[in-house]
Design a protein around this ligand. Structure first.
Ligand code: GDP
Ligand code: ZN
Length: 324
């Protein structure tokens, strides 16, 4: 049958795996879709130039095709009226959560479209909390102009007051924090409230408790929880698809299992210091002005601010690691 004999409809991408998408129509019917060859033509295949191959292979997982359709995209699709369809157009995105795909030139890969907030999910313990990773996630979100909400999990494993004191520096910088536990239920109401009416993306290592948190926020999701290895304290993830969860209390959450790198700040010429909120007031005041990397230069306003305690050493170290 000719494609044009079928109805074109709009919907939202709620699930995707390589080359396969689930689109939810406004009347809440889910259609399994492929994408049209026209859309496929805009796929970018970042091929590594064999002559410039790097000695390390740590980026191999990023060398793959760039999918033109992201989770939560509004799309036009041709409905075959048998539960299947074909995506023919991606409608303009109001915001996007992206990452740079490796290759001879950096290519933006949109992971989730129409996002309202990024939620770095960090376990307070088990695995050990890595503050530098949190700083990286916050910078990732800044680099794509999205606000962050910091969500700590497994609060049942530490002394809450002590931990809040340690985490307070982020509130001082201007970030919001929720402290949750899937085990004793603390913080869940607050988190539900902060998720309500918004599209949120969870980022965090496997094993930090994202799945347990989603199950706790919405009993009935019934997602399979990871076993944390007692030896390494790390989770083993198994998921290879992306999915949008709609919450009964309002809002949607997308988890990003297995993804490690986000954001666009790794591009050449990117001003990483701008991604650290507390550094912004000092930018431009260094002796070398905009050329200062705030690492080794004399008369650096950022380094002075670290010295005087206006910028914490911990955050400054995270910055240095990111520019090094
Ligand atoms: P994910 O990989 O981020 O989705 O993490 P999971 O939700 O699969 O959880 C990893 C492990 O942490 C599992 O063994 C959970 O039982 C455990 N866990 C999750 N949430 C909590 C929590 O709030 N408190 C404690 N003590 N353990 C938790
Ligand atoms: Zn400087």
């Amino acid at each position: 049958m000719n494609q044009s004999e079928h109805t074109k409809r709009t919907g939202k991408v709620t699930w995707k795996s390589t080359g396969t998408y689930r689109v939810k129509s406004p009347d809440s019917i889910e259609i399994n879709c492929s994408i049209s060859s026209t859309l496929r033509k805009v796929l970018v295949y970042p091929h590594a130039d064999p002559s410039s191959r790097r000695p390390t292979v740590d980026k191999v997982e990023d060398i793959r095709m760039i999918d033109p359709v992201a989770i939560n995209d509004e799309v036009e699709f041709i409905d075959n009226e048998d539960g299947t369809g074909m995506i023919v157009e991606v409608l303009p995105r109001k915001s996007k959560f992206s990452r740079l795909a490796a290759g001879p030139r950096p290519v933006e890969q949109v992971i989730v479209a129409n996002v309202d907030q990024v939620i770095p999910v960090m376990a307070v313990a088990k695995p050990k909390l890595k503050w530098q990773l949190l700083d990286r996630y916050l910078a990732d979100a800044e680099s794509v102009d999205l606000p962050s909400l910091i969500c700590f999990t497994k609060a049942d494993l530490v002394d809450e007051d002590e931990f809040r004191e340690e985490a307070a520096l982020y509130e001082k910088i201007g970030y919001s924090i929720v402290l949750t536990s899937a085990v004793d239920g603390r913080g869940l109401d607050e988190l539900r409230e902060r998720l309500s009416g918004k599209v949120s993306v969870f980022i965090g290592k496997s094993g930090v408790g994202k799945t347990s948190l989603l199950n706790a926020i919405q009993p009935g999701l019934g997602l399979r929880v990871n076993e944390v290895s007692d030896v390494t304290g790390k989770g083993k993830h198994t998921t290879s698809h992306l999915e949008l969860f709609e919450l009964n209390t309002g809002g949607c959450v997308i988890d990003t299992p297995g993804m490690r790198e986000f954001g666009l700040w790794e591009q050449e010429g990117y001003d990483t210091s701008w991604l650290f909120w507390e550094m912004r007031p000092f930018l431009g005041q260094c002796r070398f002005g905009a050329n200062c990397t705030h690492t080794h230069e004399p008369d650096c306003a950022i380094k002075d601010a670290v010295e005087s305690g206006e910028i914490t050493e911990r955050r400054y170290e995270s910055y240095v690691r990111m520019v090094r």
